[in-house]
Design a protein around this ligand. Structure first.
Ligand SMILES: [Cu+2]
Length: 503
């Protein structure tokens, strides 16, 4: 009787798997016991792809403020006593450069060429992207002088790939990834079942983090932390990023406590020229100068590359990390966001919190992105993000007929070094589709000087591209006039401001 039930159960599981495309689980019958035991929760197969990442733990000289400037105020860090305190070397103060151990992505298993990464990623390890149903494989190498590991949140792993040593009753021989010695290697395998992906109220992708967990406190203080982004099944591009998102950013808010880094003694000796016996441990200023109130490892506005286009879908993945001072409240000036259906311009973080927010920036400009905790503002937990005009989605002004939108996009970014393609789209603003048969004229102004113009032209296609070579850098106006739609007279003008860089 019992075996019939098992067979039936097996058929149901197999059928459900075939129908849903969800992984098949292994169930093992144990006849010595009255009930069936599930020996493993690890699926025997996933129907998605295996995504292989080559990641090393590398020692780097990390500079928390590489520009030497307080980018928020535009003043040199050395000129202000507070910013100098956190960034300049003097006495027992180490300054802004510390030896750290961080995760870096490589192009292959030879670990010779670094994988290119966005500037904003800063000190974070490479972004691991996967879709529900995939398997993540990490070919890992430890180039640091300390034993390290990779411990992931959210995804499904067995004891070998958990990356955390503790007394769990599992023999060391089955826990290869718990502690990778200096010079050692390990291959971590992490699965991505449904429960590692977005929940019903989540957007199309969510954030998890990975970090070293041999000594969780000192390893993360050394800099060993990075992001995992999981996209819902069927909603990912081939590279695992969510299809419905134009640009993704990850921001880690943490106070790196350099006195807790395994490299602290080395750093003190190397950069401040002092040894541990010279340190006045009771001096609160000594402690404070080694706290780095960072966003992705940058302080005082030094975090680069948070650039996006107006009216696009921008996804922000925000995480916290650290100790009891690490309660952070990132705040975006200038634009608002959605988190789980609620509108906000702030997000509350505790250590290793992971939040996903969506922004549709409508407000062009350079804006503050900073922690709202007062002590952290003083310590430099501030960055800037920039919303660039996206001429392609600007409406015409004035909308005299009310149903024509004129859009302008430029490619490449306007520069004096090469011709710029000015692409002008005429859209039916109700249908949001190209409006055919337009009579139009284009004029380019620099200040009050007209530098280019066309006569009135006709397009049947609703979209035209005009090449133009800008001679000088600066601000220009591209003015598009329409005097006919479908051979009916109308009068509309759109005025686009574009900034032209020098080559
Ligand atoms: Cu904070």
């Amino acid at each position: 009787m019992a075996s019939k039930i098992y067979i039936l159960f097996g058929i149901i599981i197999a059928l459900a798997s075939a129908l849903t495309g969800i992984a098949v689980y292994t169930f093992t019958e144990n006849l010595q016991q009255p009930t069936t035991t599930i020996q493993t929760a690890i699926p025997t197969q996933f129907q998605g792809v295996t995504r292989t990442y080559y990641i090393a733990a590398d020692e780097v000289k990390w500079n928390y403020a590489p520009t030497g400037m307080n980018v928020i105020t535009g003043k040199p860090l050395a000129d202000d006593p507070i910013t100098a305190f956190y960034t300049q070397t003097s006495g027992d103060q180490i300054g802004s450069i510390y030896l750290k151990c961080v995760y870096q992505g490589y192009t292959d298993g030879t670990f010779t060429a670094l994988e290119p990464k966005p500037k904003w990623l800063g000190i974070l390890g490479p972004v691991i992207h996967a879709e529900v149903g995939d398997t993540i494989k990490i070919i890992f190498k430890n180039n640091c002088r300390i034993p390290v590991s990779m411990h992931p949140h959210g995804v499904l792993y067995d004891k070998a790939s958990e990356g955390a040593p503790y007394d769990d009753g599992v023999p060391d021989s089955e826990k290869g990834g718990e502690e990778v010695q200096p010079g050692g290697n390990f291959t971590y395998v992490w699965h991505v079942p449904e429960r590692a992906g977005p929940g019903p109220d989540d957007p199309s992708s969510i954030l998890w983090m990975y970090h070293s967990h041999v000594n969780e406190v000192t390893d993360t203080s050394a800099g060993l932390v990075g992001p995992i982004i999981i996209t819902r099944h069927g909603e990912a591009n081939p590279d695992g990023t969510p299809k419905d998102v134009d640009k993704e950013f990850v921001a880690l808010y943490t106070i790196f406590n350099e006195t807790r880094s395994p490299y602290f003694e080395y750093n003190l000796n190397t950069f401040a020229g002092e040894n541990m016996s010279q340190v006045n441990w009771s001096d609160p200023n000594f402690w404070e100068s080694n706290l780095k109130y960072s966003i992705n490892g940058y302080i005082f506005g030094n975090l680069p590359g948070l650039d996006m286009k107006q009216n696009t879908h921008v996804r922000w993945y925000i995480a916290g990390m650290g100790g009891e001072s690490d309660l952070h409240v990132p705040h975006w000036h200038g634009n608002t966001l959605l988190m789980n259906g609620a509108r906000t311009d702030m997000v509350e973080l505790l250590p290793m919190s992971m939040k996903t927010l969506d922004m549709y920036p409508d407000n062009v400009g350079t804006w503050l992105f900073h922690c709202h905790v007062n002590d952290h503002i003083i310590g430099g937990m501030l960055a800037l993000y920039t919303v660039e005009p996206n001429n392609g989605t600007q409406g015409s002004d004035p909308p005299s007929t009310g149903n024509l939108k004129i859009g302008l996009s430029t490619s490449p970014n306007p520069n004096t070094g090469q011709p710029t393609q000015l692409k002008i789209d005429f859209l039916d603003s109700q249908a949001n589709s190209l409006q055919e048969h337009i009579d139009y004229k284009v004029t380019i102004m620099k200040g009050t000087t007209q530098v280019f113009d066309t006569s009135f032209l006709h397009t049947s296609a609703g979209s035209v591209t005009i090449p133009y070579q800008f001679q000088d850098p600066g601000t220009y106006h591209v003015i598009v006039e329409v005097d006919g739609v479908w051979f009916m007279p109308t009068s509309q003008t759109a005025d686009f401001t574009i900034n032209v860089g020098s080559s």
